[in-house]
Design a protein around this ligand. Structure first.
Ligand code: DHB
Ligand code: MG
Length: 592
């Protein structure tokens, strides 16, 4: 299918936007009128630039407050429309988007709106252009696509059709299945936007919080399916009003936008992307620093076995059961410890890598010597290096590349439960799309956690089985001054108290949890004071829900990394959210 993007989605000047759209591989753009009006380039110069970039100009938009008006007002509408039709001729654009009236409508009557659209259609046809009528979710009288379709049917004019915009339909909860009753030839244009599930007025939701498909809560796959079954054969066009994308790098946003359409086309149409199952689990995590020593100490205290040094790289491996941590000092001069890479076990790394490339994920190159396993790797929007390895039972195939270490002992840890990543604020939505589209993880609902210095927005992307869970966090800006929001790896166990006891015996000082927290635990749960005292001694935190419970503890932070150990019981599927604020406050008291 042809792809298009509204210039309003992107930052910069109109020419910046055209360059970025072409660079990302879009076929065309919707020209958003304010971008043209503010541009020093003449319409002819814009046409020439678009032609040089191989972009078509697919839509001129928006034309506001056109119907449902008094006849006196309609005279002015016609005057305005004729001058825009002349402009469209100069731009070589054949379709104009006409929004349902939000400002000047005084007549709530389908016949009146239809008659006015019909007369606008006559003027449009005379200029060789056509009109795509769009019901805005906050239109004064017309705020439902079914009503806009009735009006277009009544107008009964070859130059008057519909524009369907997923946001206006799905934000209002209107059933998109009825789109299939509209003939595809009367759908002149299709605009696509996703959005997070928010409870707020629909105008603000639309103007500030739209997202690219796959980044929000709407079912765009089903939506586009309904539209395609009408026979619609125009472009899939993105129209995303978003406060972040207005200020972030235009080239990067355009690529993110194009990735979202690649993902969506694959869902609805041809299944062109190599199909992958969700990851089976984590292969490894990597801590990188000029000197990872403090992390090595924590891992030893948590019970990890030192398995040796890498044959050809400045890296050490620690394992405890299937949990593997690489401490990498290669090419890390002046870096304090950070979580640099996460390896995933996938059914077929070559297929997963082909999918990642098709989704324009940037490749990470690492030197691999003969006899070393080559794992394909890609850079996530947040900078994390994502490695794709085969599913292993026991040690991964690359483990023997490390030697000079000890034999592993019977493990208390059962694996990596989740990895918690810090997302630069401008990368968050892109990261959700990356991890879900490239790896096949599924986004869960997002949460907010109150830290002493601001709200942390947190969203989990995970495999359905729970074998792979990533928590993506946007930290308040204050953390940047404090050296960055710490990232962490949570290991799973069936006996968290035993792991904590062993760690404390080996010198670990767990993150200190206040007495007030334990008083509250006793108030909320049926726990005796001796049980709670035992927990306090080991820094254990606790949570419960209807299905089970969760006990966990945290290490101190080294550089930008700390570790957590968690024990899930019953069907508990969360992450101890009520405890996250307590943890953040404790970390805030201990500046690194
Ligand atoms: O927010 C608006 O005004 C607006 C304008 C044009 C559109 O296509 C749209 O969906 C919204
Ligand atoms: Mg729209």
């Amino acid at each position: 299918m042809r792809t298009s993007i509204a210039t309003v989605c992107l930052s910069g000047t109109l020419t910046d936007k055209l360059h970025a759209a072409a660079d990302a591989g879009f076929d065309g753009v919707e020209v958003f009128e304010p971008d043209l009006i503010a541009s020093p380039s003449s319409p002819e110069e814009i046409v020439a630039l678009a032609a040089r970039l191989g972009l078509s100009l697919d839509l001129y938009q928006p034309f506001r407050d056109a119907e449902g008006v008094s006849e006196e007002e309609f005279v002015r509408v016609l005057h305005r429309a004729r001058s825009k039709f002349a402009l469209m001729q100069r731009l070589g654009i054949d379709t104009m988007l006409v929004c349902s009236n939000v400002g000047t409508a005084t007549v709530d009557d389908d016949e009146v709106s239809a008659s006015q659209l019909r007369r606008l259609g006559d003027a449009a046809a005379a200029a060789g252009v056509r009109l795509a009528y769009e019901a805005l979710a906050w239109g004064r009288y017309v705020d439902d696509y079914r009503r806009s379709w009735r009006i277009v049917e009544l107008a009964d004019h070859d130059a008057v059709g519909l524009c369907l915009d997923s946001f206006h339909i799905l934000s209002r909860g209107h059933d998109p299945a009825e789109i299939e009753e509209i003939p595809g030839s009367k759908i002149f244009f299709l605009q696509l936007a996703d959005a997070p599930a928010l409870t707020m007025d629909v105008l603000s939701w639309s103007r500030h919080h739209r997202l690219f498909p796959g980044e929000g809560a709407f079912d765009l796959g089903a939506f586009v399916g309904h539209v395609l079954r009408t026979g619609y054969d125009g472009p899939l066009s993105l129209e995303v009003f978003n406060d972040v994308f207005r200020q972030t790098d235009v080239v990067r946003t355009a690529r993110q936008a194009r990735r979202s359409l690649t993902w969506l086309e694959d869902l609805v149409e041809t299944r062109r992307l190599p199909a992958v199952a969700e990851p089976a689990g984590f292969d490894f995590v990597e801590v990188r620093a000029e000197d990872t020593g403090e992390a090595d100490v924590l891992l030893g205290q948590l019970g990890f076995t030192f398995r040796g040094r890498h044959r050809s790289k400045d890296a050490r491996l620690w394992t405890e059961g299937p949990a593997r941590v690489v401490c990498n000092e290669q090419h890390a001069r002046n870096q304090s410890p950070s979580l640099a890479a996460v390896g995933f076990e996938v059914a077929d790394p070559a297929v997963s890598a082909a999918r990642a490339r098709a989704l324009q994920a940037p490749t990470v190159y690492r030197r691999t010597l003969a006899n070393e396993q080559e794992l394909p790797a890609f850079r996530a929007p947040d900078g994390t290096e994502v490695f794709l390895g085969p599913v292993s039972s026991g040690d991964a195939a690359w483990v023997p590349e490390f030697d000079g270490g000890q034999e592993p002992t019977p493990p208390l840890l059962t694996g990596i439960d989740h990895v918690n990543l810090a997302e630069p604020w401008q990368c968050f939505d892109e990261a959700v799309l990356f991890y879900s589209s490239v790896l096949g993880l599924t986004p869960a609902a997002s949460q907010e956690i109150a830290a002493p210095n601001g709200l942390v927005r947190s969203q989990v992307v995970r495999s359905a089985s729970g074998s792979c869970r990533l928590a993506l966090n946007v930290a308040p800006l204050a953390w940047d001054q404090a050296g960055g929001f710490p990232q962490h790896v949570a290991f799973s166990t069936d006996d968290v108290a035993a792991v904590a006891r062993r760690a404390v015996d080996r010198g670990l000082v767990p993150l200190a949890i206040p007495t007030n927290y334990y008083d509250d635990l006793m108030a909320r749960f049926d726990l005796s004071s001796s049980e709670v005292e035992a927990m306090a001694e080991l820094g254990l935190l606790h949570d419960r829900d209807a299905t089970g419970d969760f006990t966990h503890f945290y290490t101190a932070t080294v550089g930008g990394v700390f570790f957590e150990v968690v024990q899930r019981r019953g069907g508990y599927d969360g992450y101890g959210a009520p405890n996250a604020g307590v943890r953040l406050a404790a970390q805030h008291r201990r500046p690194r």
